[in-house]
Design a protein around this ligand. Structure first.
Ligand code: NAD
Ligand code: IPM
Ligand code: MN
Length: 360
């Protein structure tokens, strides 16, 4: 069948360990199905900075542009924290998102009943939770100008600009409404329209776009209340849509509903649903290199890739099912269990073993 070109960007810290598991999974799929996946890897983040002096070498960027889909592990770590912000590992991620125009970031938070007890919330509040946070990823305060630290009146001032154009808001609104149509048709837009003009515009544009989707119920919520509601009664939500920084913060809250940030995958999509697939978590320097990281967020990100970019929803479902079976069998990494936990590599092996059973 058609060749799919996949670019693997392991990055730093546990990014390397979890990408090893993703690669094992992809090679297994290549060897045991009719799919034809062409895998290549490139440098990104601190690893790229150490070898080339830049966190995003031009070669990596051009390979990413040519690929059908990109998988990213994680970037960053204490080793690079004192570098100038322009060459920090995180800059590579921001530039990839921006250059590839990956404006729509989907972060599903799903809790299977067997994991409900791993959450820091009461099990009944999160059991069977299935919410989706849609985060605008290439605008907002992350990218607005002016930005920087300037001299002003004999002291330094730091400036970032929270900016959204109507067209940027409209395109993420369409993704949000269309996605809500495929689910529970409840869309909650999160803003700070009581204080910030930029999100007043956000709210107006969402209300306009809503007229094209009469079957979706649109509600609006202020971000401070949304943070509270997410831990008070998370199942009240179906799809939540918000700007870049609010989405960053709310998705880490949502991660904890699932028991661990090591469980949360994400898809970062452009207008044609080409995409980069990345766990929500970072490089976890505190556990890096110890075979302790939970690889499931990465493996579930591979599932999202099959669904959104490779048009192979069947393989997305198979991977998700293999992960669920592994959890049902009782396998847990250290972030999900105090005792009898398995390492990163064994967790990956179990998922692949279950996938093998599902394919037969
Ligand atoms: P982090 O997500 O890396 O870690 C937060 C906590 O969660 C740590 O205790 C870590 O051990 C734990 N954790 C994270 N992922 C885990 C996993 N898969 N399995 C088990 N435990 C896991 O966030 P941080 O500590 O704030 O950031 C560390 C570095 O990662 C920073 O340089 C930051 O900029 C970077 N970062 C990168 C990304 C990314 O590449 N997408 C995302 C977030 C943070
Ligand atoms: C994320 C991360 C990134 C972000 C950082 C590492 C740039 O926290 O993907 O959630 O803030 O977007
Ligand atoms: Mn984040």
């Amino acid at each position: 069948s058609k060749v799919s070109k996949l670019l693997l960007l392991p990055g730093d810290g546990i990014g390397i360990e979890i990408m090893t598991e993703a690669e094992k999974l992809l090679q297994f799929i290549n060897a045991n199905t009719e799919l034809n996946l062409e895998l290549s890897s490139a440098l990104v983040g601190g690893a790229a900075y150490d070898q080339t002096g830049t966190p995003l070498p031009e070669e990596t960027l051009s390979l990413a542009k040519q690929a059908d889909a990109v998988l990213l592990g994680a970037v960053g770590g204490p080793k690079w924290e004192s570098l100038d912000i322009s060459v920090r590992p995180e800059k590579a991620l921001l530039r990839l998102r921006s250059e590839l125009e990956l404006f729509a970031n989907l972060r599903p938070a799903i809790v299977s009943p067997e994991l409900a007890s791993a959450s820091s919330l009461k099990a009944e509040l999160v059991s069977d939770l299935d919410i989706l946070i849609i985060r605008e990823l290439t605008g907002g305060i992350y990218f607005g100008h002016p930005r920087g630290v300037f001299e002003e009146g004999g002291e330094k001032v730091g400036i970032n600009t929270y900016r959204y154009s109507e067209s940027e808001i409209r395109r993420i609104a369409h993704v949000a409404f269309k996605t809500a149509m495929t689910r529970g048709r409840q869309l909650c837009s999160v803003d700070k329209a009581n204080v910030l003009e930029v999100t007043e515009l956000w709210r107006d544009v969402f209300n306009q776009v809503a007229e094209e989707y009469p079957e979706v119920t649109l509600t609006h919520m202020y971000v401070d209340n949304a943070a509270m509601q997410l831990v008070r009664q998370p199942k009240q939500f179906d799809v939540v849509v918000t700007g870049n920084m609010f989405g960053d913060i709310l998705s880490d809250i949502a991660a904890m509903l699932t028991g661990s940030i090591g469980m949360l995958p994400s898809a970062s999509l452009d207008i044609n649903r080409k995409g980069m697939y990345e766990p929500v978590h970072g490089s976890a320097p505190d556990i890096a290199g110890q075979n302790k990281a939970n690889p499931l967020a990465m493996l579930l990100s591979v599932a999202l890739m099959f669904k959104h970019s490779l048009q192979q929803p069947k393989y997305a479902e198979l991977i998700e099912k293999a992960v669920a079976m592994t959890l049902t069998q009782g396998f847990r990494t250290a972030d999900l269990s105090r005792q009898d936990w398995v390492g990163t590599a064994e967790m990956g092996d179990q998922v692949i073993g279950n996938l093998a059973k599902l394919l037969n």
